[in-house]
Design a protein around this ligand. Sequence first.
Ligand SMILES: [Zn+2]
Length: 181
Amino acid sequence: MRVPDTVNGVLEELTRGFGAPRLTVELLPSSTWGSNLRSALRVSHWDKLRRGAYAAANYRCEICGGVGHQYRVACHERWEFDDAQSCQRLVGLIALCPACHDVKHFGRANENGRGPDATLHLCEVNDWSIGDANRYLELHFALWKLRTRKEWCLDLTWLAQFGIVPKARDHSSSSTSTRGG
Ligand SMILES: [Zn+2]
């Protein structure tokens, strides 16, 4: 099946084919330093935020209700993408079980050999066939490639309500990842 070659085209195809699925994939453009909040914040600030998210979710996954074996839930950053302005905006945090978290960062999970499990979990939560999941992933990787061509700004003003200011940018640790989240 054809994959559109513009961001809007891919987004339209995703909406047309899949609507608003319960569990989504979120591949972050490569240029967004600090989109891993853990590395952009003081440890004490990150701990305060993530523990608040776990407690608010009653230590269960906010998408599928499950929990992990080694750890129950992880804290995941929710982003909105303004493609016209090339700005990636933090809009909140969510507690996720390891299986849902792997789906969000499918590229990383796949690199670590967990792609097949993540695909199955995506199917299970959304009630999709493997074919549905593969098409959905194909479109998301196309979207990631298109977004990664641009330099993105990062808007972390969501943190201000907690009195939290990110650390100054450290160029030595800036990410050059190409794995698509
Ligand atoms: Zn889950």
